[in-house]
Design a binder for this molecule. Structure first.
Ligand SMILES: NC(=O)c1ccc[n+]([C@@H]2O[C@H](COP(=O)([O-])OP(=O)(O)OC[C@H]3O[C@@H](n4cnc5c(N)ncnc54)[C@H](O)[C@@H]3O)[C@@H](O)[C@H]2O)c1
Length: 257
């Protein structure tokens, strides 16, 4: 087991990619704190239409320990509470996966300013908050891994003004934090997923989903566990000398010019 008795927080882990990461961590022996607005998994228009089992129940079915902490990652007091509850329950914190993210489609002309602010709060500002409250515990544990979930949209537009901007910013935020904490052996890395079968795709039309599927070189769409396995690697001893890096996991979506 690559993460035996490690203690991890995964944000947005009730659904989709976060849930996939939480379950792969649990299979590798980690104790996983599921931080999400809601405990029930989201049901999508296209994927996870009948999913009902909360992630902590699924973690326990794998023989591991989990804890749900209701959290809005955009709120400072709630992120502080998340870290405090984690350490109170498991005695330490070693791994933080900043996965919670939202996408509000629109254009610069039509999008309300409040939507821009909300996307930036969840997709970017929240990573500063988890860093602020978690880093002291990572230093104390003498083991630290921070993993941010960005997107292939770090490299180009097409998902609305705040989404692509926030995902590009995440990549550079990770580099900056990596400089801050590297001397203590803490790594900070980014995973940039391509299209993954989760409810976040509800905003897309079937034709848009088919176009993304066609552009994905590998013969299937991505699944949450594809990102989960990459996160296990970055969270494990195997990746101890990798920091400030971004790993594209997209089935070849951006391989073509
Ligand atoms: N699915 C994809 O194709 C894809 C591709 C690239 C990147 N991503 C990124 O992966 C991450 C996860 O996406 P997903 O597809 O699993 O999305 P999803 O919508 O399926 O699940 C997101 C989860 O995050 C939770 N969440 C949303 N806002 C939150 C908040 N403020 N505080 C706490 N939890 C919150 C939701 O309740 C939900 O459980 C996001 O950062 C997204 O941008 C997804």
């Amino acid at each position: 087991m690559k993460l035996k008795d490690r203690v991890a927080i995964v944000t947005g882990a009730s659904s989709g990619i976060g849930r996939g990461i939480a379950l792969e961590f649990a299979k590798e022996g980690a104790k996983v704190v599921v931080a999400d607005l809601q405990e029930k998994p989201k049901r999508g228009k296209y994927y996870d239409r009948d999913l009902a089992t909360p992630t902590v129940t699924a973690i326990e079915e794998l023989g591991a320990e989990g804890l749900f902490v209701q959290t809005d990652v955009a709120r400072e007091d709630e992120v502080r509470n998340l870290v405090d509850r984690t350490v109170a329950r498991f005695g330490k914190l070693e791994i933080v996966v900043n996965n919670a993210g939202i996408n509000v489609p629109g254009t610069s002309e039509t999008m309300p300013v409040a939507d821009w602010d909300r996307v930036l709060s969840v997709n970017l500002r929240a990573l500063f908050l988890t860093s602020k409250f978690a880093i002291p515990h990572l230093r104390a544990a003498h083991y630290g891994r921070m993993i941010h979930i960005a997107s292939v949209h770090f490299r180009g537009g097409s998902s609305g003004p705040p989404y692509a901007a926030s995902k590009a910013a995440v990549v550079n935020l990770a580099r900056d934090t990596a400089l801050e904490v590297g001397r203590d052996g803490i790594t900070v890395n980014v995973i940039c997923p391509g299209f993954i079968e989760t409810p976040i795709q509800d905003y897309m039309t079937p034709a848009e989903i088919e176009a993304a599927r066609q552009r994905t070189v590998m013969p299937r769409f991505g699944l949450p566990r594809d990102i989960g396995r990459a996160a296990v690697f970055l969270a494990s001893d195997d990746a101890e000398w990798i920091t400030g890096a971004s790993l594209v996991v997209d089935g070849g979506y951006i391989a073509a010019i």
